[in-house]
Design a protein around this ligand. Structure first.
Ligand code: NAD
Length: 322
């Protein structure tokens, strides 16, 4: 005998466009439990999101700000599930103060982000967007770039994505420098890379790539002073978070020819309207698409839905952040 699904009457707000966007399976996981799923298009932010939270038991979010003001207007909320990994945009203290569990989905999208990191490295080195625009504009011109082989690549952060980038680079015959104070040097050496202090990595690398979470320690990690250590011929790749880099200083250095360019998937303010970096042809930009592959979206959705269901059942989620 089967009665009503056990979570009938519960309501989950989805504030990310990509949840279940390529396959309905994650949404069906929720609905089979009797949960009502509310997924407005476009995804609500700010006050629009807060207005939906008064009757929400769960919330699935992408990388959008979630503040004390949101939690204050969510009396029933038990769980926030990040549809991804980084949770720097969520006020974790406010969540904890109101007994809201925050979860994420580590391991769901690192391959996708590592792929995009390599794509941005090559797009920068070969100026792919410049050539693309030229052809479309009717200009059949030579665009001279640099080769990845033989370069020194500096990876800041040796977690899932940093290591994924390193694995993908093995075919390119590069030298790898790695800065991660939380990983034993011998672990890095065992993988064929060279542990380095941050300054040394910045001075020696042809490409610097960021793979750390945005925290109080990593906010502005690449300050104007640190960027000034990089070679004029070097590129910066950021598929982590915009707040890790001083964007104004980065823009000034590229414009002045003190850095050759950058590949950026993340910005301090998204979307990056009026950001001077957008005016620079040697800066390749993408719209925070690191995790946006069909495969990663399916994994993130399944984990986020499972996290929500488990918490609403009074169980531990798969991955608890706070
Ligand atoms: P992870 O937790 O596996 O690895 C992070 C690594 O950073 C850890 O090894 C940690 O020791 C290291 N670290 C922390 N502070 C550091 C510091 N001050 N200096 C050097 N290393 C430091 O995380 P991950 O899965 O590799 O993801 C990394 C980040 O990438 C996430 O936190 C998220 O912000 C970002 N991300 C972006 C996208 C995107 O769409 N562009 C998608 C997923 C993740």
């Amino acid at each position: 005998m089967s009665g009503a699904p056990s979570l009938a009457g519960k309501r989950v707000v989805v504030a990310t466009r990509s949840f279940a966007s390529t396959d309905p399976a994650p949404r069906l996981l929720l609905e089979r439990e009797g949960i009502a799923v509310v997924q407005p298009v476009p995804p609500p932010r700010g006050d629009d999101l807060a207005a939906l939270l008064d009757v929400a038991d769960g919330l699935i979010v992408g990388a959008i700000p979630l503040t004390e003001a949101h939690f204050a207007r969510a009396p029933r909320l038990r769980v926030v599930a990040m549809h991804g990994v980084g949770v720097d945009h969520i006020d974790l203290q406010a969540a904890a103060a109101r007994g809201v569990v925050v979860t994420n989905a580590p391991g769901s999208n690192d391959g996708a982000v590592a792929d995009l990191t390599i794509a941005l490295m090559l797009a920068c080195l070969r100026q792919v967007p410049v050539a693309d625009r030229a052809v479309r504009d009717g200009a059949w011109q030579g665009v001279v770039g640099d080769e990845l082989s033989g370069k020194t690549i500096g990876l800041i952060g040796w977690g899932r994505i940093g290591q994924g980038v390193a694995r993908r680079l093995t075919g390119f015959d590069v030298k790898l420098l790695v800065h991660d104070p939380f990983v034993a040097p011998e672990v890095i050496v065992a993988r064929g890379a060279i542990p380095a202090a941050l300054d040394e990595l910045l001075v020696r690398s042809d490409i610097v790539s960021l793979h750390v979470p945005l925290t109080t320690e990593t906010s502005n990690l690449l300050s104007a002073d640190k960027l000034a250590l990089m070679r004029p011929s070097a590129y910066l790749i950021n598929t982590a978070r915009g707040g890790i880099v001083d964007e104004e200083a980065l823009s000034r250095r590229i414009e002045a020819g003190m850095l050759r360019g950058a590949g950026l998937d993340c910005f301090a303010v998204e979307p990056p309207l009026n950001n001077p970096l957008l005016a620079l042809p040697s800066v390749v930009v993408t719209s925070h698409i690191g995790a946006q592959t069909r495969e990663a979206i399916a994994r993130m959705g399944a984990i986020a839905a499972t996290n929500v269901i488990r918490v609403l059942h009074g169980e531990d989620p798969l991955f608890r952040v706070a």
